[in-house]
Design a protein around this ligand. Structure first.
Ligand code: PLP
Length: 390
């Protein structure tokens, strides 16, 4: 049986060219980038080349890129770093109800440290209203954090509009662009952000490496203390193979993103319309058009997401319920609840996320298998039997 991977939002396979680029940095050019000898200098050169490639992908300059261990560290660092550094100016943070846990839990942590946090609502499609951001700003607001694209439902947020508002108000603006970078165009100046998080493993790079973009002049406390790496922003010996991998992945993304997005949108829409046509009581979650090229999120009423996931897995198809993280908990996704879905419908959601190695044949197999699974599960579901299904 051919296995079909449709969980690219959770992580992507590392691109073979990325692996090839990384390999010499394990065994040949393995130096510590802080060492003065030639091994160290080779590593340092690779580090700076990777930095400029990642910077180019998001329209930043190299000095504004700080390498981290991933998106989670970047999000934590942005929120806590800005909050602690600017607490004399104010103690108010604005974010949204649909952020990734790395942002929401950092914000909640800061509430315990005496900060006030506003969690903005979203509309039924998961969109934040920039006007709500404007209205939430007070004299004490020091940071706004709104994700560029949602990891569960794929909705793309109006970041440019929010950026203008943040700038007018003189408030720092962070965006979690972990799901966006490499999938849709991201330019820190067009977006008007001061801080941006990205993670290599979402764009065919390795796990465990990310960046925090920090606009020149942004005031935040360094997040890791120790050596002088990353200009003092982030101490710790560099993960050179990982960073080189991120650089290569960024370079490939820049070359391939536009064509790949076009291809994926066709497959995405084929999957969405195919599932909605073939299965009754199925509803698309997220925005119909303002969504990531690779995201499909659908609620199949009367059946548990987990049951669908396990049945698809038996057919060799790997998907996710809501998000990889929420799959580990029995709580319905906070994102779907924020979109206004009732608990029972939030429990029936499946996320199919497409990527580089997804073919039309794969999509057609999902379209063949999923309706049979849903019918089988509904036949066993007391919820389905007890409804008049009007
Ligand atoms: N932010 C978003 C929107 C994500 O989707 C993820 C990962 O799924 C993260 C942050 C965390 O990134 P990482 O896995 O690199 O820690």
């Amino acid at each position: 049986m051919k296995r079909i991977y449709l969980d690219y939002a959770a992580t992507t396979p590392t691109h073979p060219e990325v692996v090839t680029a990384m390999l010499p940095y394990f065994t040949e050019s393995f130096g510590n980038a802080s060492s003065i000898h030639s091994y160290g200098q080779e590593a340092k050169q690779a580090l700076e080349e990777a930095r400029s490639k990642v910077a180019a992908l998001i329209g930043a300059s190299s000095e504004e890129i700080v390498f981290t261990s991933g998106g989670t560290e970047a999000d934590n660092s942005a929120i806590k770093g800005v909050a602690y550094a600017n607490k004399s100016r104010g103690n108010h943070i604005i974010t949204t109800a649909i952020e990734h846990h790395a942002v929401i839990e950092s914000a909640e942590f800061m509430e315990h440290q005496g900060f006030e946090v506003t969690y903005l609502p979203v509309d039924e499609y998961g969109l934040v209203d920039p006007d709500d951001v404007r209205k939430a700003i007070t004299r004490k607001t020091i940071l706004i954090s709104v994700m560029q694209a949602n990891n569960e439902v794929g909705t793309i947020e109006p970041i440019t509009g929010i950026g203008k508002i943040a700038r007018e108000a003189g408030v720092y603006f962070h965006t979690d662009a972990v799901q966006a970078v490499g999938r849709i165009p991201v330019d820190v100046n067009e977006l008007g952000v001061d801080l941006l998080s990205s993670s290599a493993h979402k764009l065919y790079g390795p796990n465990g490496v990310g960046i925090l973009y920090i606009r020149k002049g942004t005031k935040l406390v360094p997040f890791m203390h120790g050596g002088e790496q990353e200009d003092g922003w982030r101490a710790g010996t560099h993960n050179i193979p990982g960073i080189v991998g991120f650089g290569k992945a960024a370079e490939l993304a820049q070359q391939e993103m536009a064509g790949e997005a076009e291809r994926l949108i066709v497959l995405r829409d084929r999957l969405i319309s195919g599932l909605l046509e073939r299965i009754e009581h199925a509803y698309l979650n997220g925005h119909p058009s303002q969504r990531l090229p690779n995201n499909v999120n659908i609620s199949f009423k009367f059946v548990e997401g987990e049951s669908i996931l396990l049945n698809l897995d038996l057919e060799g198809i790997s998907t996710s319920t809501g998000s990889a993280c929420s799959s580990l908990s029995i709580e319905p996704s906070h994102v779907l609840l924020a979109l206004g879905l009732p608990h029972e419908q939030a429990h029936c959601s499946m996320r199919f996320s497409l990527g580089k190695w997804t073919s039309q044949e794969d999509i057609d197999r999902v379209l063949e298998v999923t309706p049979k699974i849903i019918s089988k599960l509904r036949a066993m579901s007391p919820l389905f039997k007890n409804t008049d299904r009007r």
